[in-house]
Design a protein around this ligand. Structure first.
Ligand code: MV4
Length: 490
């Protein structure tokens, strides 16, 4: 594998290229007209323009991406996350074109892409699952019977959904028929597949996911968990590794369950198995994400494993260079997703130019970004500016580093979620580790941000005043004394 095309943009394109370059592999960037001047285009050895800004005409245009790989003589395509990363049709087309898709085989992607097919695949492996249906339901009579058996509240989910899309909570029998009809109609229009199923609703879960890595020789390891409970409307905001609530035994147990999920679909490459953890610490398999995830850096920091390097090695047919016994957790890592959104105005996308953009750096700080001062944030894509990742010997050290790194990160011209990151890191519930997926909803309101910013400004003003007064005293007292002395003497 001498040349890799990265079918993505922004921070993840750069992140993949960094590892490829370190491994002596050439890189090809693709870009839309909106990204002509982006760092990922300049960083690559070669770059091909795919077309106009809309994703459908550029980063999602399968044939254009494959043609770019052919033209440049690339041997493989890394899809990053989002865009074409979990598209089984694309994975198949890449391989039909005689190229290597750096990711799992199309069958694994297809199976895990359908939540019912995923449940069916893992059934033989004794993986704990939330009580619910194994098949799609269309009949309200069947739904009524099942809801009666498992008890309210229940959750209706779309088989083709995932990541929270197409879910409906139902609290009682009176609402069931209506919510079923809505869920089916929503799933039909959103995914072209109206299949829905029912699960018991776990009311205060934590979201814990396990990173796995599998090679083509049958070796599968897990790289422990990431805790992703701090999220807002299914958008993760802060992720960390390890979780502060898992015992070593439960970590091993969930790790083994994740390895079994990977086995159930003949998985190859990097993948993530999502679990819910209820308030009794029971865990349940939710779904598997068949890609490299946004939050993979926290796993890299606590294990010392470069996941992109492992992806490339596995795609070259090599044996995994780490065994389960080698893997160990050292320290604690935290990731803040920095979005170009205004946390004071309902997280509305904030568009404009990065008038000032100064990155924090130093020991225990990793910043994965794809922007520079003077750049505009395009409206066409995900508004994530960067991932601010901190590492420490302990959880509180990583949190403290995050607070300091946020303070050192200067962004002007657009609003960002940086102050929201400070709010999370300073919150007692977060610091104590005692929180669930309702953290943001339960504790956050824009006035809390005003408060903490206001407090910071007041503290800064007080500190300034104290400095001024101290300095004045030091200056004035000798002066007065000397005047007195002079007066006495004269
Ligand atoms: C659930 C659940 C409670 N009970 N399933 C949301 C994302 C998708 N992967 C599944 N999700 C959930 N499934 C049952 N049976 C609660 C959620 C959920 C959630 C899960 C992980 C992270 C954040 C979440 C926020 C709201 C709901």
């Amino acid at each position: 594998m001498k040349k890799i095309l990265i079918a993505n943009r922004g921070e993840i394109a750069l992140r993949v290229m960094r590892t490829a370059k370190r491994m002596g592999i050439q890189t090809v960037a693709v870009y839309s007209e909106a990204d002509r001047h982006s760092p990922h285009v300049r960083y690559a050895d070669q770059a091909i323009c795919l077309g106009p800004p809309p994703s459908a005409e550029s980063y999602l245009a399968m044939d254009k991406v494959i043609a770019a790989a052919k033209t440049t003589g690339a041997d493989a395509i890394h899809p990053g996350y989002g865009f074409l990363s979990e598209n089984d049709v694309f994975a198949q087309k890449v391989s039909d074109a005689g190229l290597v898709f750096i990711g799992p085989n199309p069958d694994s992607i297809r199976t895990m892409g359908n939540k019912l097919a995923a449940k069916d695949a893992v059934k033989a492996f004794d993986i704990p699952m939330v009580p619910g249906t194994e098949e799609a339901i269309t009949d309200i009579g069947v739904a009524t019977k099942i809801a009666g058996d498992i008890g309210f509240p229940i959750l209706i989910k779309a088989a083709a959904g995932g990541g929270g899309k197409g879910m409906r909570i139902v609290d009682n029998m009176d609402d069931l028929a209506d919510q079923m009809a809505r869920a089916i109609s929503e799933a039909t229009s959103a995914f072209g597949d109206g299949s829905v199923f029912i699960e018991k609703y776990v009311t205060s879960p934590r979201h814990i996911e396990i990173q796995i890595m599998a090679d083509t020789h049958g070796n599968i390891v897990h790289l422990f968990e990431r805790e992703c409970s701090v999220q807002r409307r299914h958008q993760k905001v802060v992720e960390e590794a390890p979780s502060s609530v898992l015992s070593a035994e439960q970590r091993a147990e969930m790790g083994q369950a994740a390895v079994n999920v990977a086995k159930s679909c003949n998985y190859v490459g990097a993948g993530t198995v999502e679990f819910l953890l209820d308030d009794q610490h029971n865990f349940y398999f939710l779904e598997m994400n068949t890609r490299l995830q946004v939050e993979h850096p926290v796993t890299e920091l606590i294990t010392g494993v470069d996941l992109v390097e492992q992806q490339i090695r596995v795609a070259r047919g090599e044996v995994l260079s780490v065994s389960q016994e080698d893997l160990q957790i050292t320290g604690h890592a935290l990731e803040l997703r920095v979005y170009a959104e205004d946390p004071l105005d309902n997280f509305l996308p904030s568009i404009g130019t990065l008038e000032v953009y100064q990155q924090p750096s130093g020991e225990g700080i990793r910043l994965d970004d794809g922007y520079e001062e003077g750049m505009e944030v395009p409206i066409y894509y995900d508004p994530m500016l960067s991932k601010l990742v901190t590492y420490g010997a302990t959880r509180l050290e990583a949190i403290q580093r995050m607070i300091e790194a946020i303070r050192a990160y200067k962004v002007e011209g657009i609003s960002t979620t940086l102050p929201f990151g400070t709010f999370v890191c300073e919150h007692d519930a977060f610091r104590s580790g005692n929180f669930d997926t309702h953290f943001v909803q339960r504790y956050y309101s824009p006035d809390k941000l005003h408060d903490s910013q206001q407090q910071e400004r007041q503290l800064a003003a007080l500190a300034g005043l104290k400095l001024f007064l101290d300095a004045s005293r030091q200056l004035q007292i000798p002066e007065n004394q000397s005047q007195n002395w002079q007066k006495k003497r004269s």
